[in-house]
Design a protein around this ligand. Structure first.
Ligand code: CCH
Length: 286
């Protein structure tokens, strides 16, 4: 089914308000993780988009190459098949939506329905037919590295320090899975609610190396229940990132406004939209 394609103008036949509602209906599942597919939908939307390279104008969500091998099997994408499988029935129900539109819209629905800001979104991505345009491995960030690496990766996409600091606040959601990335644990106690807790936890807790056989990561000293990646800690130790982190920790509204803009930009990297593609601001259901 993953080589089905929607191209050109077929999105014009799709009622995206209906698709929004149907995606929202797929979020909850008490047997999955912390009870929601929302976090993994956000990660799918981000990894489908974050391969963009401003120099060569390759990568990004147009084409939806993330569903093809070898890109699907890139280490950074481990576990995202779970999100794609969950969304597949909607591709059957709405064959005129492209996978690129479906995956990015799923990220928007998840952010909004888990309590985050409204995110402007446009349809019009086309699907590639085959794996020929898969992006090379190594375009997504390596969590074991620090600020220089994170900057290299996000500057390549065209983001500045403020936007990078805002985007990583998505780590309020979800968790790391040892079976996927090797890392383990959630960032805070409410992983299915979109909050500014990534920043508050990062600044307020004392983070110590986790004692285990897995990859190097941090746990909070007090409870040992929450985690930070080495790349997350860089947002505290790097002074340029930290100034934004302090702002977002103190001001959730500022975080929501900046996240919404940066996330909308991320999902559109490398996409050439038809001039008349409508911009949706979907109404949050719950
Ligand atoms: Fe992330 N992220 N991310 N992340 N991420 C992981 C999980 C999530 C990095 C590494 C990881 C963003 C930026 C970065 C989410 C959203 C965003 C995991 C664990 C690693 C590792 C995967 C697993 O084991 O399941 C690194 C490094 C960076 C930047 O340097 C950005 C940007 C976003 C979105 C805007 C979300 C959500 C998750 C949770 C997924 C889940 O399944 O719960």
């Amino acid at each position: 089914p993953s080589d089905q394609q929607a191209t050109g103008d077929s999105w014009r036949k799709v009622d995206f308000n209906k698709v929004y509602k149907d995606i929202a209906g797929l979020l909850e599942d008490e047997d999955y993780d912390d009870g929601s597919y929302g976090p993994v939908f956000v990660r799918l939307a981000w990894h489908a988009s974050g391969t963009f390279d401003t120099k060569t104008k390759t990568g990004g969500s147009n084409g939806a190459t993330i569903r093809f091998h070898p890109e699907a099997n890139h280490g950074a994408n481990a576990g995202l098949d779970v999100a794609r499988k969950r969304l597949e029935p909607l591709k059957k129900k709405y064959p005129n939506i492209s996978y690129g539109d479906l995956y990015t819209l799923a990220g928007v629905v998840a952010v909004q329905e888990l309590g985050g800001p409204t995110v402007r979104w446009r349809p019009g991505r086309s699907d590639d037919k085959s794996d020929q345009d898969c992006t090379p491995d190594g375009r997504l960030p390596d969590a074991a590295q620090g600020a220089d690496h994170v900057r290299d990766i996000f500057y390549r996409m065209g983001f500045n320090d403020q936007e990078i600091a805002a985007l990583v606040g998505a780590h309020a959601l979800g968790r790391c899975h040892s079976s996927r990335s090797g890392f383990e644990g959630p960032w805070n106690a409410s992983p299915t609610t979109f909050t500014n807790y990534f920043y508050t936890e990062l600044l307020e807790d004392k983070w110590v190396p986790k004692k285990w056989n897995g990859p190097f990561q941090y746990v909070d000293k007090q409870s040992g229940q929450f985690m930070m990646l080495p790349a997350d800690i860089a947002f505290k130790t790097d002074s340029q990132f930290r100034k934004h982190v302090e702002k977002y920790a103190a001001d959730q509204d500022a975080f929501f406004a900046d996240f919404s803009k940066a996330f909308a930009k991320l999902l559109e990297l490398g996409v050439k939209f038809p001039a008349d593609a409508p911009v949706y601001e979907f109404k949050t259901l719950e």
